[in-house]
Design a protein around this ligand. Structure first.
Ligand code: HEM
Length: 519
């Protein structure tokens, strides 16, 4: 063995060009020279990197323990690729892998809860977990937005905002909602005359929702150009709502574009708050949500805070836009699709409309009229059960959260209550994938006996503040559409597939052909 090496010793015969040269004179690239500072640096860096990668795996496995989920996480990025292009099939696989399961994205440890018990436990444990929304939300909503408040401060702030959704306030909004819905539906019909082929309603329904929201919230305190501009730019915000996004707001990134869009919207909303205060100070009657809020603040009987700056009001209104635009659009688009695919249900809705409106299809909708439409409301509820706009809400643990006897979610993890399995639980909703509004009309049905399963609007201290308004708006638009127009669904191979853009949408954008009902 020794002789073998000896044959390759530096003193062995060398090609003539190097023979006789000393070993030290042979050029060795610095990165191979163990004595060079570069090599030392490279070795150290390599060792540190390897240690970090090993540590990353060890930490992941230590946090995950026995939960279902990958045994190893992809270094640094984890399941980032999956979170960029989420699919229903992927989520279902995850939800069905266990009532609790683990993943990691960019070293954020995530526990997904898919059962009703665990999802509700997370939503109702404010001392252990609080909403964190998606990663980009803080940058888009701004860190001092009220939606990031927690605990007692959140409860108190929300108490003031609840007054914007009372029955009296909702009655003020229905007139605006009705007028805007009719304006848009009429435009849809006009557009269908010039081109009668089926069209995706993805963007047209979003525009309807956006103008409705802006006019309900801001009335005429912003010009028409503002509603158009906000509507157009808002798509950038929707696109930035991925579960985990590229963290830096560098030019060209989705978050950068979303922040730019928010700045435009925020400037208009601040102007609306200012104009509302001026109008109300001049003795105008409340015509929108901001007016109602300003009136309330000036009421001598009011016991809450009175110092809401224009900026703070704009932040609140923006939070409502942020929370409602995608969810309402998803709910409405599936509402149209479900009715087109179930003419029997649409016929029952029309019968109910005829009864309440006494044949007058031009009669503006009121809260009282909506209260006389139980079948329509049951349909809206059922449509969102079958295709819940929001399938999950990210929360984060603020301290170790002993969610079961044998598993504690570590502090600073994401915990994601998911709603889909609760809403499709066959023991509560027999034939769970079928659209059956009647299940909500029988007071003794298992659906009505288990309200805890209806998680479409979440649960606990952060349950959707706009639930009644949202239900009412969807019902109002569909009621008006049902009496004013017919629509046919062009069914494509993608119609029943779901795409996730923050909320759920039919993958083909829902292609409908509209014609007037009473031509
Ligand atoms: C179909 C429409 C809607 C759906 C499906 C929906 C669903 C949800 C869900 C699942 C949550 C999270 C609840 C939780 O963490 O437990 C939520 C929160 C919220 N929603 Fe909605 N929402 C809708 C419409 C609206 C509308 C129209 C508004 C306002 C006008 C609104 C305002 C909010 C706000 C402000 C929160 C946060 C509440 C808090 O943290 O206290 N949402 N919504």
């Amino acid at each position: 063995m020794a002789s073998y090496f000896r044959g390759y010793s530096p003193s062995a015969s060398m090609p003539s060009s190097t023979a006789g040269a000393s070993f030290s004179s042979i050029h060795i690239p610095s990165f191979l020279d163990v004595s060079s500072p570069t090599t030392t640096w490279l070795c150290t860096t390599g060792a540190v990197l390897v240690s970090l990668l090993v540590l990353e795996q060890a930490v992941y496995r230590q946090k995950k323990q026995h939960l279902p989920g990958d045994k190893w996480t992809i270094p640094l990025i984890g399941k980032f690729a999956d979170s960029m292009k989420p699919t229903m099939e992927g989520y279902m696989k995850q939800w069905n892998s266990g009532a609790l399961s683990a993943i990691s994205v960019f070293n954020i440890f995530i526990v997904m809860a898919s059962s009703n018990e665990f999802s509700r436990k997370i939503l109702n444990s404010p001392t252990h977990a609080e909403p964190c929304l998606v990663y980009s939300a803080k940058q888009v909503l701004q860190p001092d937005n009220w939606v990031f408040l927690t605990g007692k401060v959140h409860v108190e702030y929300r108490r003031v905002l609840n007054t914007l959704f009372t029955r009296k306030a909702l009655s003020l909004y229905t007139g605006i909602q009705d007028a805007i819905a009719r304006k848009h539906l009429s435009q849809w019909l006009t557009d269908a005359v010039s081109d009668p082929s089926p069209k995706e309603i993805m963007m047209t329904a979003r525009n309807l929702n956006m103008e409705t929201s802006l006019r309900v919230f801001c009335g005429n305190h912003i010009p028409d150009e503002a509603t158009v501009e906000i509507s157009e730019k808002y798509w950038f915000i929707t696109q930035a709502l991925e579960l985990v996004n590229f963290p830096l707001a560098l030019p060209g990134t989705k978050i950068y574009n979303a922040i730019k869009a928010r700045k435009i919207a925020h400037a208009w909303l601040e102007l609306a708050a200012k104009n509302s205060k001026i109008a109300m100070a001049q003795g105008a009657e409340p015509e929108c949500m901001l007016d109602e809020w300003v009136r309330l603040l000036a009421d001598p009987a009011y016991k809450g805070r009175k110092d809401f700056s224009d900026r703070e009001m704009a932040l609140v209104v923006f939070s409502f836009l942020f929370a409602s635009q995608d969810a309402m659009s998803s709910g409405l688009i599936y509402g149209f699709q479900h009715l087109a695919d179930h003419p029997d249900i649409l016929a029952k809705i029309r019968d109910e409309q005829d009864g309440v409106r006494a044949g007058d299809v031009e009669k503006p909708m009121t809260v009282e009229m909506l209260e006389q439409m139980p079948y329509l409301m049951a349909f809206v509820k059922e449509s969102m059960r079958v295709k819940p706009p929001v399938t999950m809400v990210p929360y984060k643990t603020i301290k170790p959260f002993p969610i079961t006897n044998d598993y504690t979610v570590p502090a600073n993890s994401m915990v994601i209550p998911s709603f889909y399995n609760s809403l499709h639980d066959a023991s509560v909703f027999p034939d769970p994938d079928s659209l059956i509004p009647e299940r909500w009309l029988d007071p003794n049905s298992s659906a009505n006996a288990n309200p805890k399963n209806y998680l479409v609007f979440g649960a606990g201290p952060h349950r959707c503040i706009g639930v009644e308004y949202a239900m009412m708006n969807m019902a109002l638009v569909l009621a008006n559409a049902s009496v004013l127009m017919n629509w046919e669904h062009e069914i494509t191979p993608e119609s029943d597939k779901v795409q996730i853009i923050a909320t759920l949408f039919p993958k083909d954008g829902c292609r409908l052909k509209f014609t007037p009902r009473h031509a």
